[in-house]
Design a protein around this ligand. Structure first.
Ligand SMILES: Nc1ncnc2c1ncn2[C@@H]1O[C@H](COP(=O)(O)OP(=O)(O)O)[C@@H](O)[C@H]1O
Ligand SMILES: [Mg+2]
Length: 202
């Protein structure tokens, strides 16, 4: 089972869009895919047509030790299942703090999810414990970025996470980062702006 975290501390860079699109594409190719929605905004959940008001969600798995298998729901895409997020997740960052092995909750839960080829984790736009849980559980992390001035700061995330989790990657799971990006939604990227801005104003 491959586990891929899609992460960047900046919002609006395409994490959720990448997670949904990649998950659906891999499922269409015949893989069994599980998408874990770790973002309290639950955009991956609603984006796949699943209500974020479920009796079981990723919140219960992380905070209440509920079995992950019971939180898994099918989506309309054959082969693609989801562990939905929920409004409770807004408090999870704080509620995780006093819990035992707070950085390892997701990593310990995933092997009990069932038979999946790939697990994709859609992260919240933050450097908190939810993102740390995703990075600890994942093999590689995929970091979508905008071709803009500020978003390149976002990939500072892994060292920050490493500082909180001073442990080597699990055996057979070397830390790997993959960065991908798309242009500014405003029609102009960093390179375009540099070309038209005097250098001492950059
Ligand atoms: N490859 C892309 N090209 C252009 N726009 C994109 C791309 N991926 C995402 N977007 C748009 O960017 C916005 C933010 O995407 P989203 O996936 O919600 O970001 P995040 O999860 O990082 O907050 C959305 O309006 C989405 O439609
Ligand atoms: Mg998102």
């Amino acid at each position: 089972m491959n586990v891929l975290a899609i992460s960047n501390q900046k919002g609006g860079v395409g994490k959720t869009t990448t997670a949904i699109s990649l998950a659906a594409a891999l499922a269409e190719k015949g893989s069994r895919i599980l998408l874990v929605d770790l973002d309290p905004q639950a955009n991956a959940t609603s984006g796949l047509g699943v209500s974020k008001h479920q009796p079981r969600s990723v919140y219960g798995v992380l905070v209440r030790d509920e079995p992950i298998a019971e939180a898994i729901l099918p989506t309309s895409v054959p082969g693609l299942d989801i562990v939905p997020s929920s409004p409770d997740m807004a408090g999870a960052e704080v509620e995780l703090v006093p819990l035992l092995a707070r950085e390892f909750r997701l990593r310990e839960a995933l092997p009990k999810a069932g038979e999946y080829d790939t697990v994709l984790i859609d992260c919240p736009p933050s450097l908190g414990l939810l993102t740390v849980n995703a990075l600890v559980a994942a093999d590689p992390a995929l970091l979508p970025v905008h071709g803009e001035d500020h978003p390149p700061d976002g990939p500072a995330l892994p060292p920050a996470a490493d500082a909180r989790v001073p442990l080597p990657p699990p055996p057979g799971r070397p830390s790997r980062l993959v960065q991908g990006g798309f242009g500014s939604p405003f029609g102009e990227g960093r390179a375009d702006r540099r070309r038209r801005t005097p250098p001492d104003n950059v």
